[in-house]
Design a protein around this ligand. Structure first.
Ligand code: NAD
Ligand code: GLY
Length: 343
């Protein structure tokens, strides 16, 4: 097992290893009485019993809230159902919530934890690769609104992240591949050695080592810029344009694949040929897409509604070399030509 300590407004450990779900109960602080596990209909049948057993055996009362799997559940209606459930079951501020699932469970549960009783502690138990390397760490929590994804949320750190890599064994390969787009992103942004490992091993990379390295990299970014006003923006590599691809597909194309396409468009538009070709090659090795039928006009319109737009500029993240990416404030009127060049 590896442990990464995150220093943010709340400090916490991220534990990464095999068999960690059985340690969930013993990881809960003694003052807690009641624990609510929040999960969804795909994950709960796989890991609900093991999580509940571990907590019950450690001496805590367990209740569970399970909602339909999928992004459509990361909405106001499920959020209200969840906080009402917590209130009806009289959870107090000294109790605890566990988010057992992928990014959908983690984001929704984190937002409920941030707001119920003005803040109740929660543990992230990520069960997708994307959640393990990205969404469970760093405290971004949110629900979607009809006007767009993640528009209502809070920065609220978990008190522990328990990443049992065995849970990834039941992930359909396609969903595992989605998380790989985020893993590749970390290599491109910060770490040539990680990038080289991914290039060499493809989908059979060393999961414990790679997840740990990604979490270390995210820890460093969060320590520097918890509230996303500067350095954390780099994590947006491929996202500004990728979000447009995702939205235009009505969210049929997954987040990871959309980010891969966004990265490909950016490097074809603005990276030097060696950097561009290295990144496109690794996307190929992982079987991730690089092209879209969307037009520059469509992607430009989406990029303008990006949360990270500041006034008349959009911050595009551009790889200069593997491990070295620049934040390039791009005037709105130049964004369409930038996208067009990379299509
Ligand atoms: P997800 O939670 O929907 O999981 C993807 C699919 O995998 C679902 O069908 C789920 O039921 C299934 N699944 C999960 N774990 C499984 C397992 N162990 N075995 C079998 N099936 C399993 O999606 P995701 O890709 O994990 O996360 C995407 C969400 O994360 C989006 O809502 C996105 O906005 C959010 N996100 C948040 C952050 C952040 O910093 N908070 C970062 C990136 C993404
Ligand atoms: N997933 C992007 C971030 O945490 O900032």
């Amino acid at each position: 097992m590896n442990t990464v300590h995150v220093k943010a407004s709340r400090e916490y450990d991220v534990r990464i290893g095999s068999g960690l779900l059985t340690t969930l109960g013993s990881s809960i602080p003694r003052k807690v009485q009641k624990v609510c596990i929040v999960s969804e209909t795909n994950v709960w049948p796989l890991y609900g019993d093991a999580a509940s057993k571990s907590i019950t055996e450690a001496g805590y009362e367990v209740i569970s809230f399970v909602f339909p799997a999928g992004e459509a559940s990361k909405c106001g209606a499920t959020y209200l159902e969840l906080v009402n459930f917590l209130a009806e079951n009289r959870l107090t501020r000294s109790d605890l919530i566990v988010a057992l699932g992928g990014g959908v469970v983690g984001d929704l549960t984190g937002f409920a934890a941030a707001t119920f009783l003005r803040g109740i502690q929660f543990i992230q138990v990520p069960t997708t690769l994307l959640a393990a390397v990205d969404s469970s760490v760093g405290g971004k929590t949110a629900i979607d609104l009809p006007a767009g994804k993640n528009l209502c949320g809070a920065f609220y750190q978990p008190s522990l992240v328990l990443c049992d890599i065995d849970t990834l064994n039941t992930l359909p390969e396609d969903i595992f591949r989605d998380g790989c787009a985020e893993v590749i992103k970390y290599g491109v942004l910060y770490d040539p050695a990680l990038f080289a490992h991914l290039k060499e091993h493809g989908l059979s990379f060393d999961r414990e080592a790679v997840i740990t390295r990604c979490v270390e990299l995210k820890r460093d970014v969060v320590a520097e810029d918890e509230f996303d006003t500067g350095a954390r923006m780099r994590l947006n590599l491929g996202h500004t344009i990728g979000h447009g691809v995702e939205a235009r597909s009505n969210f049929i194309l997954s987040h990871g694949k959309s980010v891969a396409i966004g990265m490909a468009i950016v490097v074809r538009s603005a990276s030097d040929p060696a950097t561009r070709d290295a990144i496109l090659e690794v996307l190929d090795i992982f079987g991730l897409p690089k092209d879209t039928n969307c037009t520059a006009e469509e992607l430009y319109t989406s990029a303008l509604s990006d949360k990270k737009r500041t006034g008349g500029t959009v911050n595009l993240i551009v790889p200069r070399a593997i491990g070295d990416c620049a934040i390039v404030p791009t005037p709105v009127e130049e964004v369409k030509a930038f996208i067009e060049k990379g299509l």
